[in-house]
Design a protein around this ligand. Structure first.
Ligand code: ZN
Length: 367
């Protein structure tokens, strides 16, 4: 999973287009909007044009930078953006990749030079990504923002902007009130709220069934993904036979007993036998199985078996450490307890030295 900082600007129908763009990004299956800045207003450059509203968002994405840029162009087009000769012409929406992990690629324009030029990029960016070190600049976003603040940028007060860019609110504001995502599921959530003693028509929960349906679809997205489509073309021939390991893969899953989250870190290793897999795919494979109703033991086993299946390696080791909300929030309420599971295959099981090397890398005593 990569992290990208994307800047937004609009000076045509701007109150509508800014949240619509956030929403379109969030709805895209390969993009998740993690954070949104406040909204700022900046005068247009190079002509007598209406002022812009600007903001930035932090995305999580599995798309590579070039595909991400192309995807954002698609979203711009969907919101009526027409690119013309005049690069200052009014526009419904402008979406630019400002930062992408620690990538420095002049051809792609990442980092976006505008970050250092214009406060309307730097200042909102500093709100949500102040600590991000800008590749090639040896400065954080916050330091760049401090140096670039001209007096023309105006933070639009919440009362005035009458909209919030968090994806849920963007839905709330501009999605049709009767918009549905999964009517059958939403009816169940509504009934559940009623049974719990809520008034499902109360303002704050009126759209909750819709939101629950959407978030549940994401959290259980593993049901509709296959190992094959996730692995796609990322298996390569390689003579290497050293242990390959990806540590601290963050994962979020839900226990099948209580439908409450459990989450933590996975450590995945294998010893290749002619084939290796792109390292980011290890994290994707964890997600395919984590985004279902699970028990942690089975999740570990499924990840291990999946790697055996697609790489046929000499061995696989998976260790998962997770906190379970069903234990933390209820029942025994053991705070700080983490559950650790492991799944070992092939040489990780049969060869004590391999197993010891793996556990040593994980940083755990073998249990
Ligand atoms: Zn549970």
């Amino acid at each position: 999973m990569s992290r990208a900082l994307v800047s937004l600007g609009s000076n045509v129908d701007r109150h509508k287009n800014l949240p619509a763009a956030v929403r379109a990004m969030h709805q895209h299956p390969e993009l998740t909007v993690r954070e949104t800045s406040c909204i700022f207003e900046s005068p247009a450059i190079g002509g007598d044009y209406p002022a812009f509203l600007n903001a930035v968002v932090v995305l999580e994405t599995t798309l590579d930078p070039a595909t991400l840029k192309a995807t954002l162009r698609g979203i711009e087009a969907g919101l009526g953006r027409i690119r013309t000769e005049d690069k200052n012409a009014p526009r419904s929406i402008d979406l630019d990749v400002v930062l992408y992990d620690d990538l420095e690629d002049a051809e792609l324009g990442i980092p976006d030079p505008d970050l250092s030029e214009y406060s309307y990029v730097a200042v909102p960016a500093a709100e949500v990504a102040g600590d991000w070190v800008v590749p090639g600049r040896n400065k954080t976003v916050a330091q760049i923002a401090e140096q670039s603040l001209p007096p023309t940028l105006r933070k639009v007060p919440m009362a005035e902007q009458d909209l919030d860019l968090t994806p849920d609110d963007a839905f709330e504001e501009y999605g049709p009130a009767d918009e549905t995502f999964n009517p059958r599921f939403e009816a169940l959530v509504r009934e559940q709220l009623e049974i719990l003693g809520e008034d499902p028509d109360r303002e704050g929960v009126r759209r909750t069934p819709f939101r629950v349906a959407k978030s549940m679809a994401f959290l259980t997205g593993g049901y509709t993904q296959s190992l094959k489509e996730v692995v796609n073309n990322a298996i390569f021939q390689s003579p290497d036979s050293e242990m390959v390991m990806l540590k601290d893969i963050e994962f979020y899953s839900m226990c099948e007993h209580h439908m409450l989250p459990f989450f933590g870190r996975a450590h995945v290793a294998y010893i290749p036998d002619g084939r290796v897999i792109g390292v980011s795919k290890l994290a994707r494979i964890v997600d395919v199985f984590a985004r279902r109703m699970q028990i942690q033991e089975r999740l570990s086993n499924q990840v291990a078996d999946a790697l055996m299946e697609c790489l046929d390696p000499l061995g696989v080791g998976v260790v998962m450490e997770a906190a379970h909300l069903c234990m933390l929030m209820r029942g025994v309420q053991k705070q700080n307890s983490e559950m650790i599971t492991s799944a070992l295959r092939g040489s990780f099981r049969s060869d004590a030295r391999t197993r010891a090397e793996f556990m040593n890398l994980v940083g755990h005593e073998l249990r």
